[in-house]
Every structure is written in structure tokens, then in C-alpha cells.
Design a protein around this ligand. Structure first.
Ligand SMILES: Nc1ncnc2c1ncn2[C@@H]1O[C@H](COP(=O)(O)OP(=O)(O)O)[C@@H](O)[C@H]1O
Ligand SMILES: [Mg+2]
Length: 376
């Protein structure tokens, strides 16, 4: 069953917490609601679950308008950040709880609970109590307690935030494979970008009760539409600029980031949104930055800024370097096998005119969608 939120508004004490929110989640999708604390993620999830009633708008699960239904009638499973296990019940009884409420036969319950305990490798813990479990084990119990009733929709509110990084990754893998196997529509709330990439088929970024962008994780990370999304997903190298000249294929932009000792002119691919005098934000992916020794002549097609390497850090196949450049801080990610610079070394920070991508609200770089952007 898919989920449709239509024009949902919610106010608390006169303050709008959700603002005319529209969201369509397709059947079987793993959808991540990503955003900073206070953005309205829990409120959105609670509106879907029926734990909170919206002031305006409708909630559909499949073709059913569930706006006025109680949570029990919505056929959803809910996993909370703090596990919310019953402390006086064993693992088995915690998981069996929802089935007993539904008055399912004991023999069936035993088989079904056994099946789910096996799924998350918790058969041996069936008689333990919550206080005898690790955080990861508690969250596995909370997860299968939600799954055991085989809901059409699974909602999870920051379920990993109390877990260490390794456990988080393991459970994320388990959750993703269970979700793919069972195919329930899933909405997963987090403020963690890494989880969003790992888990989401699509990600919505929620800011102050409004969705700023809905996208596949790849698209989101390569083409953030707004400065908020760019900063939230940890985009580096945001240049605040003004278009000062437009040529046939390129534009000249003057970068005015705070801290710049003097204004900096760069050449940028011409985008249809550009107009002379227009203020734009440009974002350059760290992998698109090229570093050259200061005594080397730089290819005249590249933009170049004098800089100094502040520090460097190995990160998988890449070395990530922070560079002070004319009062700005820029970030480069250079393949390890070609990085041979030292901290404090003076360098040219170079980038091609087609690498800065405008945070323009449209997709601007992926070749298959480029035309849409170039149409303006
Ligand atoms: N029951 C409530 N009463 C008053 N304000 C609330 C209540 N629940 C949430 N809020 C406010 O709504 C905003 C969004 O909260 P929430 O949905 O919990 O955000 P998130 O889960 O993204 O951190 C916050 O400013 C929060 O203080
Ligand atoms: Mg929350």
C-alpha cells in the first residue's frame, strides 16, 4: 500500500509545524524522511500513524482515506527511537503481544514469533527480559514486534540513534533486506545522512515543516536544489556569487563569500537561470577539484585560486584535503594514487567551468536531465 499525504497542516500553540505538506510514497518504497531536529519528522510520522490528528489535509494508505481512523485500524507497524519494549515481558512475549491482542491461536503465534526471531538471529534470547539485552538486540526486538503483525506500512522514528556505528550498520543491512523481502512500504525518519543514503529508495528533506527536495539519494547528493539541502547533506564548496557577464557558452561570476580577501572572478558554464546581476549559489563537488603545484603552469581552461593545504585525511580511495583559499575554506577529494601534497603546502586550487553547479531548484548536471535544466 502506498501512502499519500495531501495538504497536511499542523499547528502547535499557533506555530505551524507542518505547512501544507504533500508527499506521495509508492507501494513497497523505502522512503527516508531526513532533516534536522525540530523539522517536523516525528509529527509527520505520527500523522501517518494516527497518533496525532492533523489540523487540515488527508492521509491515504492505499486507496483508503484513513484520516479519521484510529491507529489500530490503519494496519501500520511503528518502531520508536527508545524501543518502547514492555520491561516486564520476555522477548517472546514482547513480540507476541500484537498477535495476542488480535486473538490469534497460541500455536500460530509460536510459529510466527519463532520465524521472526530467527530472521534477526534472536532465537537464543527468546526468554530474556529487555534489561538483559544490548541496545542492538532491543532494537531488533522492537523491529520484529512491529513486523510480526505483517503491517502494510512500517514507520520507524530514528530507530538507530541510540546505537553505536557498527551495530547501526549491521541492523540497517538487516532492515533493508527484510524490507526488500517483505516489500512493505516503509517510512524511516532520521537526521543522519549516511543512513538516508544506505537505506532510502528516495529521500525527502524536511525543513521547518516543508519538504525542500524529494529525490533518490544519488541525485540528492549530486544535485541539491537549495542551500539548506546542500548544507544539510554536508555539501562542501558553496560559492556565493553574482553573475557579472554572460557570454555565448559561459558566464563570469564574481564570488563574494564572507572572508574573501578580495572578490574573485570565475568562469562558469552558462545556465539558463543566469541573468546579469543575479545572485546565485554555486556548489562544487570536492571530487571535481584539481590541485596543482604552485610552480606549475595551469591549463588556461581551468579556474584557479591560490591556496594552502590546511590538513589531509585518508578516506577510502580518496584523500580529503581542506584548503585555505583567499579567505575561504575549500574541500578537495583526490584519488589516493595521485595525491602527493603535504600539509601547509601552497597549491593552485583548480576547477573546470562546468563543475560549479547552481543551487537553483532545478537539476543541473546529470546528463540525462541536463536538457530540462538548460530549458530554464
Ligand atoms: N506536542 C507538542 N506540543 C507542542 N509543540 C510540539 C509538540 N510536538 C512537537 N512540537 C514542536 O513541533 C516541532 C516539530 O517537532 P517534531 O515533529 O518532533 O520534529 P523532529 O522529529 O523533526 O525533530 C518542534 O518545534 C517541536 O517543538
Ligand atoms: Mg523526532
Amino acid at each position: 500500500m502506498g501512502i499519500l499525504l495531501e495538504k497536511i497542516s499542523k499547528n502547535y500553540n499557533g506555530q505551524a509545524v507542518l505547512k501544507n505538506l504533500n508527499l506521495e510514497i509508492v507501494r513497497g518504497e523505502f522512503h527516508v524522511l531526513l532533516g534536522p531536529s525540530g523539522g517536523g519528522k516525528t509529527t509527520t510520522l505520527s500523522v501517518i500513524a494516527g497518533l496525532i490528528r492533523q489540523d487540515r489535509g488527508s492521509v491515504f494508505i492505499g486507496s483508503r482515506n484513513v484520516s479519521r481512523l484510529s491507529p489500530e485500524k490503519r494496519k501500520i507497524g511503528f518502531v520508536f527511537q527508545d524501543y518502547a519494549l514492555f520491561p516486564h515481558l520476555s522477548v517472546f512475549d514482547n513480540v507476541a503481544y500484537g498477535l495476542r491482542v488480535k486473538k490469534i491461536k497460541a500455536s500460530k503465534i509460536s510459529v510466527r514469533v519463532g520465524h521472526y526471531l530467527h530472521k534477526v538471529g534472536m532465537e537464543k534470547e527468546r526468554d530474556k527480559f529487555p534489561h538483559e539485552l544490548s541496545g542492538g538486540q532491543k532494537q531488533r526486538v522492537a523491529l520484529i514486534r512491529a513486523l510480526v503483525t505483517e503491517p502494510e506500512v512500517l514507520l520507524l522514528d530514528e530507530p538507530m540513534s541510540n546505537l553505536d556505528a557498527l551495530t547501526r550498520e549491521t541492523i540497517a543491512d538487516e532492515l533493508k533486506s527484510i524490507q526488500q523481502e517483505m516489500g512493505m512500504t516503509t517510512v524511516y525518519v532520521t537526521h543522519n545522512q549516511g543512513e538516508a543514503v544506505l537505506l532510502g529508495d528516495r529521500v525527502s528533506v524536511l525543513n521547518h515543516g516543508e519538504i525542500e527536495q524529494i529525490e533518490s539519494p544519488d541525485e540528492l547528493f549530486c544535485h541539491p536544489k537549495t542551500e539548506f539541502v546542500a548544507r544539510f547533506i554536508g555539501a562542501k564548496n558553496i560559492l556565493k556569487a553574482r553573475v557579472i557577464r554572460i557570454n555565448q557558452h559561459e558566464a563570469i561570476a564574481q564570488v563574494n563569500n564572507s572572508g574573501l580577501a578580495k572578490p574573485l572572478k570565475i568562469r562558469v558554464k552558462k545556465y539558463p537561470i543566469f541573468e546579469k546581476g543575479k545572485e546565485i549559489n554555486l556548489c562544487i563537488h570536492p571530487e571535481k577539484i584539481i590541485l596543482k603545484r604552485e610552480d606549475k603552469v595551469v591549463d588556461g581552461n581551468l579556474n584557479q585560486i591560490r591556496g594552502k593545504i590546511l590538513d589531509r585525511r585518508n578516506n577510502g580511495r580518496f584523500v580529503k584535503a581542506r584548503i585555505a583559499a583567499g579567505g575561504m575554506e575549500l574541500h578537495a577529494a583526490i584519488p589516493k594514487n595521485i595525491f602527493d601534497f603535504e600539509t601547509n603546502e601552497n597549491v593552485w586550487v583548480c576547477f573546470a567551468p562546468d563543475t560549479p553547479h547552481p543551487l537553483c531548484g532545478k537539476r543541473c548536471r546529470a546528463t540525462e536531465t541536463e536538457r530540462r535544466c538548460l530549458k530554464g
